[in-house]
Structures are given as structure tokens and as C-alpha cells.
Design a protein around this ligand. Structure first.
Ligand SMILES: Nc1ncnc2c1ncn2[C@@H]1O[C@H](COP(=O)(O)OP(=O)(O)OP(=O)(O)O)[C@@H](O)[C@H]1O
Ligand SMILES: [Mg+2]
Length: 258
């Protein structure tokens, strides 16, 4: 069977291209012929520099943007809009400022009509999972950046999606908090396996997290330049020789300025 279009894949992107039509009918060709199959519970990282189309690709998978050509199939069903089967975490925290941590996390289940007792239980489970126990009644402005991002992750999990789509979620954090959050991401993923697509421009983050790294071209239109399998045991170490070898290989082959 061809590598792409595999009907057993959890997520299958088939020949996706995207052209935005701007004011005055100016066209921006952002994605060209992206095909990608992702297995159930696989952790896939999309790595590329700024403005190479990463967010556009993720937004197409999320159903927030439509592809000009091609399609995304998740769980055998073609994506035609946003859905609860996909949890989204963005770079900016996107928390409701007027709601507490609990209010934010239980929002999804509440909108789906889940009763108060049950949704509190689910929300508490994910608040505990991301290590925010004790902060349930705090408002976003009372939290640090890392804590806000944890709340955003708990909120995405509270809908119990099968697929998690994360767009540079740790880009705003300081280096130390970022590494900590990357460790937490691995811990959470090992605890509650999900199919994950994680977008980043950071090669160390990609190598620390991914089962597979999809490297994008550095210029538009965005294409897949190379795919790397990362067969290293977790938790990974940034100083591990095999880690550094692969880092060297990817860096040499890419136009990423590091
Ligand atoms: N709605 C839109 N209309 C027109 N052009 C757009 C739109 N959304 C994105 N673009 C263009 O598509 C290109 C890729 O943007 P995208 O946000 O997908 O890149 P990215 O790889 O996520 O970048 P970054 O790393 O900076 O987040 C950019 O040139 C951007 O200006
Ligand atoms: Mg982006």
C-alpha cells in the first residue's frame, strides 16, 4: 500500500495545498502537496522556521481552515469543520480571563451538556494531571505563563479528544520552564496516550518529544522536506550522543538558523 492514504491511519492528510486569496485578489501559495499519515497514539512533530505554513497546516487539520485542494481524514471521517475529536492548544493561552481555572477546564464538557458533578470530576482529573491542583479557583491573571499553558492543556484534554493538535504551545515560556513543560508533555502523553501533532520551530523540542519529525521547507509554499524517525527511548536527554547526532543531521540538512 502507498505510504499515504493508509486507511488505518488515525490522521491522514492527502495532497493538501492551500492558497490564500488576499485583498485585491493577490494570492499567497502557503502549502503545496502535503501528504502525511499519522498512526494512533503516535507523537508527530512538525518542525520548520517562521512562516513556512505550519499553523496553516494545523488549522486545516483542526477544521478551522479549508484546504484549497486535498483532504484530511481523521478516524476514517473527512474533516469538514472543528470537532470535539480534536483538542487544540495554541501559542497564546486563549483562556477566558473572567473564568477560573476550573471554569475554563470544565467549559467544554459544560457546552456539551455534561452535568455539573460529572464535568467537575473530569475537569479535576485533568487539573490534577497537569499539576494545577490547589489553583482551581484562581483566575488566569493570577497564574504564571507555564501555569496558563497547563490550564490550556487541561482544557483541551477535558473534552477527551482522540487527537491533540498543539501549535508552538511553549513558545512564550522562558527556557527553563519550557524544558519542564516538555518533560510534562511526555509524562502526560505516556499517562493518557493520544495521537499528537505538535508544531514547533525548535529542533531540541522536536527531538525531545517526537516519534517522528516532519521537517518543512524553509520557504513558501510549505512542503515536507524530510521525515525523521526518532527511535530514542524516553525520557530523552539533550546531551545524549544519539540525540546530538540526529540534531546535527537535521540541522545540516535544514535551513533552520539555530
Ligand atoms: N488568513 C490568511 N490570509 C492570508 N495569508 C495568510 C493567512 N494565514 C496565513 N497566511 C500566510 O501564510 C504564511 C504561513 O503562515 P503560517 O501562520 O501558517 O506560518 P507558520 O509556519 O505557522 O509561522 P510561525 O512560525 O511564524 O507561526 C504566511 O506568509 C502568512 O502571512
Ligand atoms: Mg504558526
Amino acid at each position: 500500500m502507498a505510504e499515504n492514504g493508509n486507511t488505518n491511519a488515525k490522521i491522514s492528510c492527502q495532497n493538501i495545498s492551500k492558497t490564500f486569496i488576499q485583498k485585491g485578489s493577490q494570492k499567497v501559495h502557503v502549502l503545496e502537496d502535503i501528504s502525511l499519515d499519522v498512526k494512533e497514539n503516535e507523537f508527530v512533530v512538525i518542525l520548520g522556521p517562521g512562516q513556512c505554513g505550519k499553523s496553516t497546516l494545523l488549522r486545516i487539520m483542526a477544521g478551522l481552515e479549508t484546504a484549497t485542494t486535498g483532504s484530511v481524514v481523521i478516524n476514517g471521517k473527512e474533516v469538514d469543520g472543528p470537532g470535539q475529536d480534536r483538542g487544540l492548544v495554541f501559542q497564546s493561552y486563549m483562556l477566558f480571563a473572567w473564568k477560573t481555572v476550573m471554569g475554563n477546564v470544565e467549559m467544554g464538557p459544560k457546552l456539551r451538556g455534561v452535568g455539573k458533578e460529572e464535568r467537575r470530576k473530569v475537569a479535576q482529573h485533568y487539573i490534577d494531571m497537569v499539576g494545577l491542583q490547589g489553583f482551581e479557583n484562581k483566575y488566569p491573571h493570577q497564574l504564571s505563563g507555564g501555569m496558563k499553558q497547563r490550564a490550556g492543556i487541561a482544557r483541551a484534554y477535558a473534552n477527551q479528544p482522540q487527537v491533540m493538535l498543539l501549535d508552538e504551545p511553549f513558545g512564550q515560556l522562558d527556557a527553563q520552564t519550557r524544558i519542564y513543560m516538555e518533560q510534562e508533555t511526555v509524562r502526560i502523553w505516556e499517562q493518557e496516550k493520544r495521537t499528537v501533532i505538535f508544531v514547533t520551530n525548535n529542533i531540541d523540542e522536536a527531538l525531545f518529544l517526537g516519534d517522528r519529525i516532519i521537517c518543512m521547507e524553509g520557504k513558501l509554499p510549505g512542503r515536507i522536506r524530510e521525515v525523521y524517525n526518532v527511535n530514542l527511548p524516553r525520557p530523552r536527554k539533550f546531551t545524549d550522543l544519539e540525540f546530538l547526532k540526529l540534531r546535527h543531521e537535521i540541522t545540516e540538512a535544514s535551513e533552520l538558523t539555530l
